[in-house]
Design a protein around this ligand. Structure first.
Ligand code: FPP
Length: 250
């Protein structure tokens, strides 16, 4: 495989990379192993990609770790995933602090199992002073839940007279989303060859560049991330404008 790191223009990095980590189950199945084996090996990729992102200077990395729909999986797999999360967050805390990485979570955290919620909140608290990169785990997350939740918060403010309905605009709406403190992702990566958004960051992905990798998540390594970024840097982000307008902004 080519060395993609040397091809990256460090001046034009995506400030926020969002990832749909897919293919753990298929990776395990191809090895005649249980699905959980895939998730366990997926943690190695989480570590690699977090480290590579921080080293490059990416400011926000957001990983889809568990969707609202994932509760429909076999109970044993759900339990194993929750346990893996608790173990990983606890085990990686020292490394996160050493690398000045702040842990964050988006999603319906209150309705996670108690132990998962506790470990997560402790991790967030213990890394809150770090500012090199924010690593966000989307957990018990679905974009439609997030959008409905924001709508309810805004409706309550309108009912209470704190906000006039005609004043609701994009920036006010976005400030009620789980991602209120982050820029929208510049790049979305989905692994394993699937080409769907799967209820992930629907509002925030409006102008995001999409990159689909055929590699299963447990095999996804630093150089695969570099490859995605090199590909991202070949794209022209027009935000609805023409090429000519971009080259000579008036
Ligand atoms: C998708 O593969 C993966 C998940 C639903 C879970 C991702 C979780 C991890 C990588 C481990 C824990 C993460 C952290 C942040 C500590 P899939 O099971 O849908 O694979 P398939 O499509 O091949 O079945």
């Amino acid at each position: 495989m080519q060395d993609f790191l040397s091809k990256i223009d460090k001046e034009r990095l995506p400030s926020h990379v969002a990832v749909i980590m897919d293919g753990n189950g298929r990776w395990a199945k191809e090895k005649n192993k249980p699905r959980v084996f895939g998730h366990k090996n997926g943690v190695t990729s989480v570590r690699e990609i977090s480290e590579a992102s921080a080293e490059l200077g990416i400011q926000y990395l957001t990983l889809y770790a568990f969707s609202t729909e994932n509760w429909n999986r076999p109970a044993a797999e759900v339990t194993a995933l929750m346990t893996l999360l608790v173990e990983t967050v606890r085990r990686e805390l020292k490394t996160l602090n050493k690398n000045n990485i702040r842990l964050n979570a988006i999603g319906d955290i209150d309705n996670l199992p108690k132990a998962t919620k506790r470990a997560l909140l402790a991790g967030i608290e213990e890394t809150r002073g770090n500012n090199r990169m924010t690593l966000t785990l989307a957990l018990n997350y679905s974009a439609r839940w997030e959008i409905l939740n924001a709508t309810q918060k805004i409706a309550t403010k309108v009912e209470n007279g704190q906000l006039a309905s005609q004043d609701i605009n994009e920036s006010i709406f976005a400030s009620h989303l789980e991602t209120h403190s982050m820029p929208d992702p510049a790049l979305l990566i989905r692994t394993s060859g699937e080409m769907r958004i799967s209820n992930y960051l629907l509002w925030q992905l409006a102008y995001t560049e999409l990159y689909f990798s055929p590699v299963y998540w447990p095999d996804f390594r630093k150089n695969h991330l570099y490859e995605a970024i090199v590909n991202f840097q070949t794209r022209e982000r027009r935000f609805g404008k023409t090429s000519e307008q971009l080259s000579s902004p008036a």
